[in-house]
Design a protein around this ligand. Structure first.
Ligand code: C2O
Ligand code: CU
Length: 428
């Protein structure tokens, strides 16, 4: 699979004079449609892109321009958002804020350059709590010009599904779930491509959490290695493979060597559950080289903030009253406020203090940018696009707002987003 892709890219480079970035745009069509998926042994009617759940894996070399045509085959609206990718605002795929929903039978052509290598994903951003939970998501991989040497590069998507007593997708809206930790499925699974690897192989695993509300703490059996990237962005120093933590929307890249049967076990809840694994057969001598950091992307540098904002997370079961009209609110407003949380000139840095006053955890995601998590002393930590806060936790983030447009900032627990936890930032 990987070999044939390399051959294909090499072919493109020859035709277009050896400069990959100047090659013609990579073309894709994404058609959301109704599908019958096999889930836990049951035939379940779900949604997919091009007939599959998850949607097709999109891969592009860093710097390339991609053109993706959304052809809506559903009998409801559709939109696609490119989570974590720094795209022009009008390509961001957010209902109302950046474009109107594509109506049934209609199409929309997304066109953008992929500036940063890493693990990203795409998903519906129209009634997303519903459409994503029914299957409208897929992986979007941007490959380094000079990728690390591995035997296999495998995307793993951790997803949960709520089935009813008839083993069909549960369409009920449970207020008790929307006001607490969200809609949590009773089936958890790890979608992996049908590959087989050998003991001793060096793998790159790209873990993505497209689940709408569920948080995972993954124990990775059968592999020793390091975490090399979070939310697509390379870590300056690879980290040890402690249980891998993934809140909705977050990603984690791992490089490591196979030592036995590979399985992904969720140890977040008291009851551990096995989500899936990768088939191992045969063996080879393991690579003896150390795991190096991935090449850094060219990103803005941390700068002293010229703007600050407070973002208070409110609402949910058992919480104090707030001024919003929904279950959840940000700064006393439920849903997108008329005026943005911040309005800045392009290139300004902002510090946002996020204070979780609810009794539940949340994961705040900013579109169009990555940001630094700041520690108590104000020092910069991980560079991410989604930050996780436990109940009552406070976290400051620092962001250089260099991408013009109207950018959504919301809880990626999509049941919380739909019921109030969304705001936006304006960059001129
Ligand atoms: Cu995955 Cu508004 O985002
Ligand atoms: Cu939330």
């Amino acid at each position: 699979m990987i070999l044939s892709r390399r051959v294909f890219l090499a072919g493109l480079a020859t035709v277009f004079g050896g400069v990959r970035a100047s090659a013609a745009a990579i073309q894709h069509v994404l058609s959301p449609n109704r599908i019958q998926a096999k889930i836990a042994g049951h035939k379940v009617s779900m949604l997919g892109f091009n007939g599959s759940l998850p949607g097709p894996e999109i891969r592009a070399p860093q710097g390339q321009t991609v053109e993706i045509t959304l052809e809506n085959q559903l009998d409801e609206g559709a939109l696609v958002h490119w989570h974590g990718l720094r795209v022009p605002n009008r390509m961001d795929g957010v209902n109302v804020l950046t474009q109107e929903a594509v109506v049934p039978g209609d199409s929309f052509r997304y066109r953008f350059r992929v500036p940063d290598a890493g693990t990203y994903w795409y998903h519906s951003h129209y009634l997303s709590y519903d459409q994503v939970s029914r299957g409208l998501f897929g992986a979007f991989i941007v490959e380094e010009q000079d990728p690390p040497a591995v035997d296999d590069d495998i995307v793993v998507q951790l997803f949960d599904i709520l089935l009813d007593d008839a083993n069909q997708y549960d369409e009920t809206f449970y207020p008790a779930q929307f006001a607490t930790e969200g809609r949590i499925g009773n089936i958890v699974t790890a979608f992996t491509p049908p590959v087989s690897v050998r003991i001793g192989d060096r793998l790159r695993l790209r873990l993505i959490n497209p689940s709408i509300d569920r948080v995972y703490r993954i124990k990775l059996n059968g592999l020793t290695g390091k975490i090399v990237a979070l939310d697509g962005m390379p870590l300056a120093q690879p980290q040890s493979l402690e249980p891998i933590f993934l809140a909705p929307g977050q990603r984690c890249d791992v490089i490591g060597d196979v030592t036995g049967q590979i399985s992904f076990v969720d140890i977040y809840e008291e009851q551990t559950s096995r989500l899936g694994g990768i088939f191992v057969s045969g063996s080879r001598d393991p690579a003896k080289t150390t795991i190096e950091p991935l090449p850094q992307n060219k990103m803005p540098k941390p700068a002293p903030p010229s703007q600050t904002a407070e973002l208070v997370l409110q609402g949910g079961a058992g919480s104090a009253r707030h001024g919003g009209s929904g279950t959840w609110a940000l700064n006393d407003v439920s849903g997108l406020p008329r005026s943005p949380l911040l309005s800045v000139a392009r290139g300004e840095a902002a510090r946002i203090s996020i204070r979780n006053e609810t009794g539940f955890s949340h994961v705040m995601h900013l579109h169009g940018h990555h940001f630094w998590e700041l520690d108590g002393a104000g020092d910069v930590g991980a560079y991410r696009d989604s930050t996780y806060l436990e109940e009552d936790e406070v976290r400051d983030i620092l962001v250089v707002l260099d991408n013009p447009g109207a950018w959504m900032l919301h809880c990626h627990m999509l049941s919380h987003q739909v019921d109030g936890m969304a705001t936006w930032i304006k960059v001129d």
